[in-house]
Design a binder for this molecule. Structure first.
Ligand code: HEC
Length: 141
């Protein structure tokens, strides 16, 4: 009993279904590059010999949370190069493949919900602000 009680202490509140599904999808499709604990590839800030950046962490130490929801969704669905090209950035070679042929839109949203669920509250709030700014900027297009 003592062990069971100890395991319950400090557990985060129950995750939503989407977050639970997202965790499984993350392990299947993302962990191989971004790390099982979302820690990213070693030396992710330095380009590889092939000139590409390794996969960054998706936890609070990376820069996933610097981006709004729309960019994160496009990055996952279309891959890095196409997502950036849609923003007019055409000179960046990205090692991030597109998952649009593997994952449905809902599944992509679940994976991103899982990633966000691991962020500390302050980072989540920041990213929500970025998302609102992103939505405003896109509405003005
Ligand atoms: C084959 C390796 C690989 C796999 C598998 C992979 N990624 Fe990536 N990902 C990368 C690389 C490399 C980058 C960095 C290059 C770049 O920014 O374009 C990246 C960047 C990203 C970014 C942009 C992060 C930022 O801060 O700019 C997002 C979002 C992302 N990946 C999401 C995912 C999700 C979600 C999955 C699983 C569905 C996934 N990735 C699976 C290699 C991978």
């Amino acid at each position: 009993m003592a062990v069971a009680a100890g395991m319950l202490v400090g557990q985060p509140s129950p995750a939503s279904d989407g977050v639970v599904r997202g965790a499984t999808l993350y392990a299947e499709h993302c962990a191989s590059c971004h790390g099982e604990k979302l820690e990213g590839a070693p030396n992710w800030r330095t380009r590889n010999a092939d000139g590409l950046y390794p996969a960054p962490p998706h936890d609070g130490t990376g820069h996933t949370w610097h981006h709004g929801d729309r960019l994160l969704f496009d990055y996952t669905k279309l891959g890095g190069e196409k997502a950036l090209a849609a923003l007019g950035v055409t000179d960046f070679e990205s090692g991030m493949p597109g998952f649009g042929h593997v994952l449905g839109d809902e599944q992509i949203r679940d994976v991103l919900a899982f990633i966000k669920s691991t962020w500390p509250e302050a980072i989540r709030h920041h990213q929500e602000r970025v998302t609102r700014q992103e939505a405003k900027a896109r509405a003005g297009e």
